[in-house]
Design a protein around this ligand. Structure first.
Ligand code: GDP
Ligand code: MG
Length: 603
């Protein structure tokens, strides 16, 4: 293809501003799909994605558009993952493009993720075309939003779109769709590249397809990718034979080749997604490029938690399900873990909280598993007195206090947008979570707050609290800013004198007592009475900081229950047996599964 006729762009937006709907419209307008095929959103294809309105995996579609100047252009559209947990994938998708459509909701205006995404786009030197979407809404204020874009982001938006201003559109009614296509062609620069140079292609994404096997999305920089070519992954060092080359429209179409500037896919009989690293450089075995593309980095897990089957008999099923999920998502890690309280399970690592929730939800939903998830834990760096430093992923593995010199915990920079009236309670929430306020500014009746916060205070329920305090109006985004020393201790929960490993957690010393007391109170209500008294305690290094007691069951209650009619007694015993399956025997105390889940939920 003539390079001057290619346009590669991504779509960036805050969640729910209409990115996927708009993408579908563009596909429809350029003839990629019929009306009937459009009935379902094309670009978000996982159930969870559709329900939560987020894009997990980047998807790419090639469109042919004949512009008003009579020329036909080849547009590649990338729907980028909209969430910070997938920041590296976003960054690779952006690196594959020359420009971006910035979609902003005409009623909502600029939000936290609009900014996070647009800054990334600017870092990649993109030409940004702002689109104000949902102008059909009665609450739409396109003029105000245009000004907001100029004021907050600092890119032109107020002029007519033909002169570099924002395009007004409605992905719902179809208004403005053609203007968007014209603006793309006019404003986004074509790619550059050398067809005769050694092959250099970026591995943008990969996924497992039941028919094609592992499919790799690539952006060719220099050279040509063809069927039958022997290729090499420069970071990985592995070699493969290309057996298919093509693009998605969004239906799969096989092509002869992919040349410089083109985005498309290849297959090469690769077994697992884990064998392909996003950001890797693909070259040929025969005439390899001298240098790999910049920006490659290995993905690292940020949040860990234990995953256990609620019914111990489901362990094998859990193992198989996790292995299957991992076929398609190489960004989470797992290893076996044995807990005294929960039996056999796995310790899994995730890119962030949303990623954790998604995997957890898919296991529950798609694989029909009843799961117990332990409290999420961040990665601590523990400096031992001996001088060594270890990374701690599991509170259960914390070394004895006497061996620890200091502990560092990860921090984040959080950006929150919120209408004025909720500002007070949100500042208090951040303050309570050990936050350090860095900035507070007002734009158009809304506050932008920047806080530095320990990630450990955010992983429990920060996001839920934020949403409930602001009635859903606050938007939130964060980025990691490295580790800092913290005053952290391991808190253990003891039931009838024995520590329950699944409930131990690392907490800030000042917050330990409150957390411990909450946990004991909660467990007191959750664990049923037994024939004996059960003390529930929270302890730090053997020192009790909180205590509750569950009283013994009264004898006459049992007598009443079991007395009389024999068939009723049998039924009761039967029922008890069934209930037992869902109980965890701990020492001589039975803890119902719900107790774990409920206790872990509140952190
Ligand atoms: P994404 O999270 O940015 O991908 O947003 P979606 O495309 O999933 O859209 C979020 C919601 O906004 C959906 O309910 C859409 O139907 C709705 N929506 C998208 N575009 C428009 C529009 O132009 N007008 C109106 N009224 N609703 C829209
Ligand atoms: Mg979407």
């Amino acid at each position: 293809t003539d390079l001057s006729k290619i346009r590669n762009f991504s779509i960036i937006a805050h969640i729910d501003h209409g990115k996927s709907t708009l993408a579908d419209r563009l596909i429809q307008a350029t003839g990629g799909l019929t009306e009937r095929e459009m009935s379902e959103q094309v670009l978000d294809n996982m159930d969870i994605e559709r329900e939560r309105g987020i894009t997990i995996k980047a998807q790419t579609v090639r469109l042919n558009y004949t512009a008003k100047n009579g020329e036909t252009y080849e547009l590649s559209l990338m729907d980028t993952p909209g969430h910070v947990d997938f920041a590296y994938e976003v960054s690779r998708s952006l690196a594959a493009c020359e420009g971006a459509l910035l979609v902003v909701d005409a009623a909502q205006g600029v939000e936290a993720q609009t900014l996070a995404n647009v800054y990334q786009s600017i870092e990649h030197d993109h030409e940004i075309v702002p689109v104000i979407n949902k102008i059909d809404l009665p609450a739409a204020e396109p003029e105000r939003v245009k000004e907001e874009i100029e004021e907050i982001i600092g890119i032109p938006a107020t002029g007519p779109w033909q002169e570099g201003g924002a395009v007004l559109a409605s992905a719902k009614t179809g208004e403005g769709i053609e203007d968007i296509l014209e603006a793309l062609v006019a404003r986004i620069p074509p790619p550059t590249g050398d067809r005769d140079a050694p092959l250099k292609a970026m591995l943008v994404d990969s996924w497992y397809d039941p028919y094609l096997g592992v499919v790799i999305l690539v952006r060719v920089i220099d050279g040509v990718l063809k069927k039958g070519l022997a290729i090499k992954f420069m970071q990985n060092g592995t070699q493969h034979l290309v057996d298919r080359v093509g693009c998605m429209r969004p239906k799969i179409e096989q092509l002869e080749e992919l040349g410089p500037g083109e985005i498309g896919f290849i297959t090469a009989q690769i077994k697992e997604v884990a064998d392909t690293a996003v950001g890797d450089t693909i070259t040929t075995v025969k005439n390899p490029a001298a240098k790999a593309l910049p920006g490659y980095k290995e993905v690292q897990s940020v949040v860990f938690c234990g995953l256990f089957p609620a019914d111990a008999a489901d362990f094998e099923k859990l193992r198989e399900s996790i292995a299957k999920l991992r076929l398609n998502d190489a960004s989470f890690t797992f290893e076996m873990e044995t807990s005294a309280a929960l039996g056999q399970g796995f310790r899994a690592g995730f890119l962030g909280l949303l990623h954790l929730e998604i995997i957890q939800e898919r296991l529950t939903r798609e694989y029909d598993l009843d799961l117990i998830t332990t409290a999420p834990s961040v990665v601590y760096k523990i400096h031992l007195s001996k001088g060594e430093t270890i990374e701690l992923h599991n509170p259960a593995d914390m070394p004895d206090v006497t061996q620890i010199a200091s502990i560092d915990e990860p921090w984040i920079k959080a950006t929150i947008y919120v209408p004025d009236e909720y500002l007070g309670p949100i500042l208090k929430l951040c303050q309570d979570r050990r936050g350090i306020q860095k900035q507070l500014t007002y734009v158009a009746g809304r506050a932008q707050i920047i806080y530095e916060l320990p990630l450990n205070e955010v992983v429990f329920d920060f996001y839920d609290r934020l949403k409930s305090i602001s009635r859903g109006y606050a938007s939130f985004d964060y980025e990691p800013i490295g580790h800092r020393e913290g005053d952290l201790v391991k808190m253990e929960i003891m039931v009838n004198g024995d520590p329950v490993d699944a409930l131990s957690m690392i907490v800030n010393r000042d917050a330990a007592e409150t957390r411990g007391r909450h946990m004991c109170e909660r467990l007191k209500d959750l664990i049923p009475r037994h024939l004996f008294k059960i003390p529930i305690q929270a302890a730090i290094g053997g020192k009790i900081i909180a205590r509750e007691t569950i009283g013994a069951m009264r004898k006459d209650v049992t007598a009443k229950c079991y007395g009389g009619d024999i068939s009723r007694k049998k039924k009761l015993l039967e029922k008890q047996k069934k209930g037992k399956a869902k109980m965890r025997e701990y020492g001589n105390v039975s803890i119902p599964q719900e107790a774990f889940i409920a206790a872990l939920k509140m952190g």
